[in-house]
Structures are given as structure tokens and as C-alpha cells.
Design a protein around this ligand. Structure first.
Ligand code: 5AD
Length: 335
């Protein structure tokens, strides 16, 4: 029989505040029941670091004149996607800043080319777009969309994202759901101005919004941003958040993020796997571009080899299927 895993708002708050190892055991048990031992690998291509937004924490913000901007050519993007597929990885993540330099047509063509003849899932992580774009990308074969909610505190969201609103972002996510995307949200832990209550609400948000996946990582300062002098998010708090995210949502896909690995290069991601994570996202972006994708400082390189090593170290195995959402049975038809 399924173990009772209900946990109240007060218990979540308490668990975030205290240091009780039991939370990790409980998360690991929940992960084992709902996600088994397989870890899903998603190959990332960060194809453009142009961005029209001004998020206070992010190195890609348009005001940052210290980074060299790049756009990969469509042929290059498709070539790297083929490499990912040849390596046996069954999800390609196309990631970029909010870059309107790539037209809808160009992205549609890229999606078409990658999907043609390949049993591969495409995740888009390209920021907020006009609704017609979401529709066109979905029709072209994009399977998933990752649009992190960053923080569920509306007023903090407003302060950190000039010109943007949480409401609008959630409208995008709602529409993507309607279009049949598997949707990913997620938040940053340790943002300046964030409270523990905000984190409790972030966990509840993931549950209530019924996301298929959540990208959760600590805040890491980037020196050329307005928040460059603030301290990084706490490793243990991030791990507790992940564990509670697992316990509360049960079967969402939860990556051991690169930000977690950056906070503690020796064992951050390994600890993530022990705290309920079941996904890892190695970076396939060609080196020359990769080092220019400076969202935050000192980003650790997560290669496919390293990802597999961590999976084995955690006593887990590499999944063979695409790793579609565990929430809606109709996705199972795609695998
Ligand atoms: N620290 C941690 N995560 C960050 N992101 C951007 N800047 C930072 C930072 N300084 C994350 C955000 C965003 C994605 C591009 O990277 O969650 O959605």
C-alpha cells in the first residue's frame, strides 16, 4: 500500500527551519515509490545568450555589457541536437535568454529538423513568448516547456523582474498546459528579500499548479548584476526544499541542477539525488559558447560523462525511455 505522505503547511515550514535528516530519508522513499531508480538525462543546448529582460539576479540581463553575446546558427543547433541523440540521450533542451532575434519560423524549423525521424523529446526553455509562438512550437513537435516561476511571492517577483509580472508568467504556463505541453516551473532558493514563508508557498505552488517538472536551484551571485554582492543561497536549505518538493508533489521530475553542483562542486548534485531528485541535465553547448552563457558566476561544467558518474555514485541507473511526465497517462503513448 502507498505510504501516507501528507504533510501540512506548518510541517513544511518547520521542516525548512530545522535540520532533521529524516526529511531526506522520507524524500528518498517517496522518490523510490513514484519515480523508481531511473534517472533521466536531458541534454541542454544554450543556443543564445541574448536577452531582452532585466532580471536583477541574472548575468544575461540586457543591461550587462560585460558579456559577449552569441547566437548559434540553426545548422549548428541541429548538429549539436544530433550529437545528443547519438549519445543515447532522449531529451533535447533548447535553452536561451528571452531572445526575439530568433523568429518563430526559425525555431519551428529547428524543432522540425530535430524531431524528424527521431524518438526524442524537445523541451523549450526560451522564456516568455507571444501565445501564438507557444502554439506554433507545440504544433512543430515541441513536447515540454520550462518556464520557471522564480518566486511565488508576487511583490518580490515584481521587484526582481522589472517590467514583468508573475500573473503574466502564470498565464503563459496555463496556456502551455492547454496546448498539451508537459510543463516545468521552479524557483530560486535564497533570493535577496525572500523569506522562509515564501519558500513554503513555492512548494505549495508546485503542487497546486500541478507541474510536471520543477527546476530548483540556489541563488548564485553574478558579479555584473545589481545583486552581485549578495550571498549565495544555502546548500542545506536547497536540499531540504528539494526533499519537501518531492514529498509534497510525489511524482514530478526534479533535476539535481547545475546551480546545486556549482554551490558544492564535490557533492551538490549527489546530495540532490539523495534528497529526491531524479533528473540531471548535462550541457552539450559547444565550449566557445558555453563559457559565455554566464547566468551566474563559476558555473560548473556538467558533461554527460560526469552526469553518468554521479548517477552511478548515487546507486541509481540511467533511464532508457524519454522520461515523459509521470503525471498524465496520455504522455505514456509518446514513449
Ligand atoms: N542564480 C541562480 N539561478 C539563476 N538564474 C538566473 N540567474 C541566476 C542566479 N544568479 C536561473 C533562473 C532563470 C534561469 C535562466 O536561470 O531561474 O530562469
Amino acid at each position: 500500500m502507498e505510504k501516507e505522505t501528507f504533510i501540512s503547511k506548518e510541517e513544511i515550514l518547520q521542516a525548512l527551519k530545522e535540520n532533521n535528516e529524516k526529511i531526506f530519508e522520507r524524500a528518498d522513499e517517496t522518490r523510490k515509490v513514484f519515480c523508481k531508480d531511473e534517472v533521466h538525462i536531458r541534454g541542454i543546448i544554450a543556443f543564445s545568450n541574448y536577452c531582452c529582460r532585466s532580471c536583477l539576479y541574472c548575468g544575461l540581463r540586457k543591461e550587462n555589457k560585460q558579456i559577449f553575446r552569441y547566437r548559434m546558427k540553426p545548422e549548428e543547433i541541429v548538429k549539436v541536437a544530433c550529437e545528443i541523440i547519438q549519445n543515447g540521450v532522449k531529451t533535447v533542451v533548447l535553452q536561451s535568454g528571452d531572445d526575439f532575434g530568433f523568429s518563430r519560423k526559425t525555431l519551428v524549423e529547428i524543432i522540425n529538423k530535430i524531431k524528424k525521424g527521431n524518438n526524442v523529446a524537445i523541451t523549450l526553455s526560451v522564456g516568455e513568448k507571444p501565445f501564438d509562438d507557444y502554439k506554433a512550437f507545440r504544433e512543430a513537435g515541441a513536447d515540454r516547456f520550462l518556464l520557471k516561476h522564480e518566486t511565488s511571492n508576487q511583490s518580490l517577483y515584481g521587484k526582481l523582474h522589472p517590467g514583468q509580472s508573475l500573473k503574466e508568467r502564470l498565464k503563459s504556463l496555463e496556456y502551455m498546459k492547454k496546448l498539451g505541453y508537459q510543463i516545468g516551473a521552479g524557483n530560486i532558493i535564497g533570493l535577496p528579500g525572500q523569506s522562509i514563508d515564501d519558500l513554503v508557498n513555492d512548494i505549495l505552488f508546485l503542487k497546486e499548479f500541478d507541474v510536471d517538472m520543477a527546476g530548483i536551484g540556489p541563488f548564485i551571485p553574478q558579479k555584473d548584476t545589481p545583486l552581485g554582492n549578495y550571498p549565495a543561497g544555502d546548500l542545506n536549505l536547497t536540499l531540504k526544499f528539494l526533499a519537501l518538493g518531492r514529498i509534497v508533489t510525489k511524482n514530478i521530475h526534479l533535476p539535481a541542477t547545475t546551480a546545486l553542483g556549482t554551490l558544492n562542486p564535490r557533492e551538490g548534485q549527489l546530495l540532490g539525488f539523495k534528497a529526491g531528485c531524479n533528473v540531471i541535465m548535462p550541457d552539450f553547448t559547444p565550449e566557445d559558447y558555453r563559457r559565455k552563457y554566464v547566468i551566474y558566476d563559476n558555473k560548473v561544467p556538467v558533461t554527460l560523462k560526469k552526469a553518468k558518474k554521479i548517477i552511478i555514485e548515487a546507486g541509481r541507473k540511467v533511464a532508457r525511455d524519454r522520461g515523459d511526465s509521470l503525471k498524465r497517462s496520455d504522455y505514456a503513448k509518446n514513449t
